[in-house]
Design a protein. Structure first.
Length: 364
């Protein structure tokens, strides 16, 4: 399955514009009034990877299959959404099972674009959304705790889960997100089982105007300070520029990015940041039928990586024949790589590395 990311934020911050640019579509209504998005917009986006085209040319592959990210764009949250303001917060259910959350924050001034709080203020805007997410999680846990209490009466050994749930409730009541509990802790486990929104890794997306792409204004710098204080990540992009780029051919987009002084699209940065946030990496397979990128967690062993392709390959795993991407590009053929001693034979204990080009050997 593809990595999935929910897009949240106040109304009119550019969420739908960014979603449309990501998916190269006009699927999401991008309008200058609050609550233009009511039903969730869902799109699966290929993760740009220039290595795939190079490998395709080397092996004469018939097609390219990139890794992908599934984005879910939901209606904007407003102050008091948990109490029914705006459209309420029932639509948060659409992102409860995503892997991560991207919070889009408006970091530009424009009198022609309405702001629900009159003017952009990243600190205030982030706090509004964070509080509404925490209140939604609190409601979830307040429903869950009585169920765990009943389970504990039948199975006393589950009491640690109840105590962890009660600590989660206390944290959420204090406005503390569930992600602050250490990975592997009882609280983190209960939060994951409960699909808490504040337990998910959070990525801030600063939506700036064209003039701020290379020279951040005070609003984007303010959001950067928030992200740094939380040890989170921030991606800076211009929804307007990305929307324009999405409507161009690849050649035209390259020229336009060069005019703006951009090496690559802000959306590419967004996909890369999401991968890094979740501790993900990519390995590659290259054959005549297809050249493909596969997403795995950092630290994945070779047999488990083989299982991403097919369970039978993991079960019958013998070894992995591995070439680094850079070596493949330099030597161009497997025969030349073998002659140079650059094809490695790795066993079950091998930890996969970013950019490994792999051929798995296995018993049927």
């Amino acid at each position: 399955m593809a990595l999935s990311c929910g897009i949240v934020g106040l109304p009119n911050v550019g969420k739908s514009t960014i979603f449309n640019a990501l998916t190269r579509s006009a699927q999401a209504l991008a309008a200058n009034y609050p609550f233009a998005t009511i039903e969730p917009n869902v799109g699966e986006v290929a993760v740009p990877d220039a290595r795939l085209r190079v490998l395709q040319q080397l092996v004469n592959g018939q097609r390219i299959v990139p890794a992908s990210v599934r984005f879910v764009d939901i209606a904007g949250l407003v102050r008091g959404a948990s109490a029914g303001q705006g459209l309420g917060n029932a639509f948060l259910s659409h992102i409860r099972e995503t892997d991560a959350i991207a919070m889009v924050v408006r970091c530009f001034q424009d009198e022609n674009v309405t702001h629900v709080e009159e003017r952009p203020d990243p600190k205030r805007d982030v706090e509004i959304v964070a509080i509404e997410l925490a209140l939604a999680d609190l409601a979830t846990m307040q429903r869950r705790v009585p169920k765990i209490e009943r389970e504990v009466r039948a199975q006393p050994k589950l009491r640690p889960s109840l105590e962890a749930a009660e600590r989660l409730v206390a944290a959420l009541e204090a406005g503390t997100p569930a992600r602050t509990f250490p990975a592997g802790s009882p609280e983190a486990q209960v939060a994951a089982e409960s699909f808490l929104l504040t337990a998910k890794p959070l990525l801030y997306v600063a939506n700036v105007d064209e003039d701020q792409i290379g020279n951040l204004g005070p609003l984007a710098r303010s959001l950067g300070e928030i992200a740094a204080g939380e040890k989170s990540r921030m991606v800076v992009l211009s929804g307007k520029v990305e929307s324009e780029l999405a409507g161009l051919s690849e050649e035209e987009a390259v020229e336009y990015r060069a005019e703006l002084g951009l090496e690559r699209s802000g959306l590419d940065d967004l996909a890369g940041a999401a991968y890094e946030l979740l501790g993900l990496m990519t390995f590659l397979t290259a054959g005549e039928k297809e050249v493909r990128a596969w997403t795995i967690a950092r630290g994945t062993k070779a047999p488990e990586a083989a299982g991403k392709i097919h369970g039978d390959i993991e079960r019958g795993f013998i070894r992995a024949e591995i070439v680094s991407y850079d070596d493949y590009v330099a030597y161009k053929t497997m025969d030349a790589l073998r002659a140079a001693g650059l094809v490695r034979s790795e066993g079950r204990d091998y930890t996969m590395q970013e950019g490994d080009v792999v051929n798995f050997r296995f018993n049927v």
